[in-house]
Design a protein around this ligand. Structure first.
Ligand code: FCB
Length: 454
């Protein structure tokens, strides 16, 4: 039985996000976010489901973090809800909202769990959406104000900061594909949004560092690498375009390479950029390239690309792999994709340090007899991805930690409660939490700092 030992000080954590678990959507001065508006709009989410109650974590957090501690979890990546803290943007703080995160942070530290804060995991105050949302440059300053307010209050205790979760989703999935709030289908708006997200990240980093001098700050893009179906020129080209659209458009500017020229040309040829990159102002690109302390990698799957590509018609798993297994998201289990991305971030982009900030799978296993939940496929998924990470570390890739998505089953955005990613099962009727087998398995991995592959 191979045993994979992880480096000393490797951080083992779990991840969630505020809207997906907190509920209490209108309590203690929280205003609606654009996700509340979207989820309350008929037809936008599965069965009209929303995050009004979710896992009720806003009220149950002491129980939840006690469970984390009992499993031996070392770090918890969570996001702050912007409209709880600054209900209308700007700087007018809702103290009750900020107090909530203050208590959560203290509770974590008391239990020896290291907090990793994500500032933006997709909850824009609705008032800022009405100002134009991310496509409007004004929102950038509002985000920097959020970073300032939160890091001023929590920076004495929180050392690990993530500005944005998945800029591709905030921009493309939300403004071009339209599956996430605000549900637009407008290329130019999406590309403007991408720029403003990146810019706000670059501007927020020095603010966080000033308020929390010991802090390490990074960003967590999603990486879904593309592979050509065959080696034909058309398939290689399709993979290149997907890579440019999904990965390089975000990663290149972060590492000082500007927007990729081949993609600017492609978007111009498609008519997506009628006035070129006119939304890029002097110094923006230097700001975006402000060195990060780490890159957060969110990775679940990959794409297999072929033929004439249309990013407007794109469907995931358009070229199913007959030899692979798929999770209930219809995402291919492909641990080599994460391995490849890690190597690329190190050898090509020279990322200073890497955390896997999200990795996990949706399987609906629930309690069958008694309270035991035998989610064997989830354990196998984690084993295979962790083996890839271990191999990358062996190549010299500086991976410093790993966060399971997710600590518990939660609101999976437009798919509502149909997808269960948790290592802890949530019974949404009773709000009972039941650790799945994978949670106990993960606890063992953490205690031993190593993985035994069967
Ligand atoms: C990522 C999101 C996270 C969750 C997982 C399944 O794209 O960051 O909130 O929805 O996917």
């Amino acid at each position: 039985m191979p045993v994979l030992q992880f480096p000393e000080n490797f951080v083992w954590g779990v991840a969630t996000s505020a809207y997906q678990i907190e509920g209490a959507w209108d309590e203690d001065g929280r205003s609606p976010s654009h996700w509340d508006t979207f989820a309350h709009t008929p037809g936008k989410t599965r069965n009209g489901e929303n995050g009004d109650v979710a896992c009720d974590h806003y009220h149950r957090w002491p129980e939840d973090i006690a469970l984390m501690a009992s499993l031996g979890i070392q770090a918890y990546r969570f996001s702050v809800s912007w409209p709880r803290i600054l209900p209308t943007g700007g700087r007018k703080v809702n103290e009750a909202g900020l107090d909530y995160y203050d208590k959560l942070v203290d509770g974590l530290l008391e239990r020896g769990i290291r907090p990793f804060i994500t500032l933006y995991h997709w909850e824009l105050p609705q008032t800022l959406q009405e100002l134009g949302g991310w496509p409007a440059r004004e929102v950038v300053d509002h985000f920097v104000a959020l970073a300032d307010v939160v890091s001023r209050r929590l920076g004495d205790r929180v050392k690990d900061w993530i500005t944005h979760n998945e800029p591709w989703c905030t921009s493309m999935l939300s403004h071009q594909i339209g599956l996430h709030a605000p549900g637009w289908q407008n290329w130019l708006a999406a590309l403007r949004a991408a720029h403003h997200v990146l810019l706000s990240h670059g501007l927020a980093m020095p603010v966080i560092r000033a308020n929390a001098p010991q802090a390490e700050v990074g960003i967590a893009p999603n990486y879904e690498p593309a592979y050509p179906l065959t080696r034909t020129e058309a398939d290689l080209n399709a993979a290149r375009i997907w890579d440019g659209y999904y990965i390089r458009w975000f990663n290149d500017p972060l590492f000082g390479r500007h927007y990729p020229a081949d993609m600017v040309a492609y978007y111009e040829a498609q008519g997506y950029l009628p006035d070129g990159l006119d939304f890029v102002q002097a110094n923006d690109m230097a700001t975006i390239a402000t060195p990060v302390d780490f890159i957060g990698v969110n990775n679940y799957t990959r794409q297999i690309m072929s033929g004439e590509i249309s990013l407007d018609q794109f469907q995931t798993a358009a070229n199913p792999n007959p030899n692979a297994s798929y999770t209930e998201m219809n995402w291919e289990v492909y641990p080599n994709g994460l391995y490849d991305i890690l190597n690329r971030l190190h050898f090509d982009y020279q990322a200073p340090k890497i955390y896997i900030t999200e990795n996990g799978c949706s399987y609906s296993d629930g309690p069958s007899s008694g309270s035991r939940i035998a989610d064997t496929r989830r354990i196998e998924y984690f084993q295979s991805y962790l083996a890839g990470i271990h191999k990358a570390i062996g190549n010299g890739v500086p991976v410093a930690g790993y966060f399971v998505w997710s600590f518990m089953d939660n609101f999976e955005w437009s798919l509502g409660y149909s997808q269960r990613f948790g290592i802890v099962y949530v019974d949404y009727e009773t709000q009972q939490r039941l650790p799945k087998d994978s949670a106990f398995w993960y606890g063992d991995v953490i205690r031993q700092n190593r993985l035994e592959i069967e």
